[in-house]
Design a binder for this molecule. Structure first.
Ligand SMILES: [Fe+2]
Length: 315
């Protein structure tokens, strides 16, 4: 489970501005050893302030908030951005019967979606009973997984983010499957925002098998590649071929290959492109291409037909 941090004795409440100024004054850097432990009392002192969040919400509803709403989804109020690599936010966690959960569905709040994080963050239970999660941990720092790959997840139990409890979620270490709290709840977070997040994968897992069910990243580049493939002509194809072979991030190389394959003019051209990619000296791309080829109807039919040599086992 995430690392529990004891923030010490109950601190005096502080204003949001004070919290930001304190973190800046202490040169808080989430990438430095000990930084999260040092920041925890500041987050807890902010949480001891029982007024600031309601005042902020009302200011946003009446249009009086100076910065306006930072669009990070309906679940989140962006509170402040640090100078470099962190920001403060509040997260809302609707309960089972709340109208917003019925209207938007559980996935909109990440309920029942076992996932890791491609960033670290510190969280405190600020209001309400707090959500529960089933937790696993795994050693994901050096892994670059694709859908269907497996990781060794270790179950560490079900725990509740109760009021005042402080947890450090560690990037590519802590996996959780959140459940709606018994009543509307709010957490306050200090989030790592180092700029690495777009290039680090975030996964949705099937904990029973440890299998990656999906990559959760949606960055601008992944939206732009299909545009380049569909509308970019020869320049777009050249760029995507370059990305498919040279981009340093597996996910982007594979995405470029898929964008190219999706716009191949004929089935034969698509097959030839996947076959070409299946032979390149890049395990991530070639495996993805082989998996795509395995879905080809003729290949599937051939593989599933028993022969004297026995069945072929597709990846
Ligand atoms: Fe999460």
């Amino acid at each position: 489970m995430p690392r529990l941090i004891d923030p010490g004795s109950a601190p005096a409440p502080i204003a949001l501005d004070e919290a930001v100024e304190t973190l800046i004054a202490m040169r808080f850097d989430p990438e430095e050893d000990g930084a999260w432990d040092a920041a925890a009392p500041v987050l807890v002192a902010l949480s001891a302030n029982r007024d600031f969040l309601a005042e902020r919400a009302i200011a946003e509803l009446t249009g009086a908030s100076p910065g306006g709403r930072d669009h990070y989804g309906p679940q989140v109020i962006m509170l402040a951005r640090g100078p470099h690599n962190w920001f403060l936010r509040a997260n809302m966690w609707p309960a089972e019967g709340d109208a917003i959960l019925r209207a938007s569905g559980r996935a909109a709040f990440f309920y029942d979606l076992p996932h890791d994080h491609n960033f670290s963050f510190l969280t405190v239970g600020h209001h309400g009973p707090g959500y529960e999660s089933d937790y696993w941990d795994y050693d994901g720092e050096a892994l670059s997984l694709q859908s269907g790959d497996t990781a060794a997840l270790r179950y560490t139990g079900r725990h509740q983010l109760a009021p005042g409890r402080v947890m450090l979620y560690r990037a590519h270490r802590d996996v959780h499957d959140q459940k709606p709290p018994s009543a509307f709840s709010v957490t306050l977070n200090i989030m790592e925002s180092s700029g690495r997040e777009p290039w680090r994968n975030q996964y949705r897992f099937d904990p029973a098998s440890g299998r990656v069910e999906a990559l959760l990243n949606t960055t601008a580049i992944e939206g732009l590649m299909p545009l380049a493939a569909h509308l970019g002509g020869g320049n777009g194809e050249d760029l995507l071929r370059h990305f498919a072979r040279r981009h340093p991030v597996d996910r982007i190389r594979i995405g470029a290959m898929r964008a190219l394959a999706s716009t191949a003019p004929t089935p034969d051209a698509r097959h030839d492109l996947l076959a070409e990619m299946a032979r390149i000296d890049d395990p991530a791309v070639s495996t993805a291409a082989i998996r795509a080829l395995a879905e080809w109807p003729a290949v599937r039919a051939w593989a599933e037909t028993p022969s004297e040599a026995g069945r072929v086992h597709l990846p």
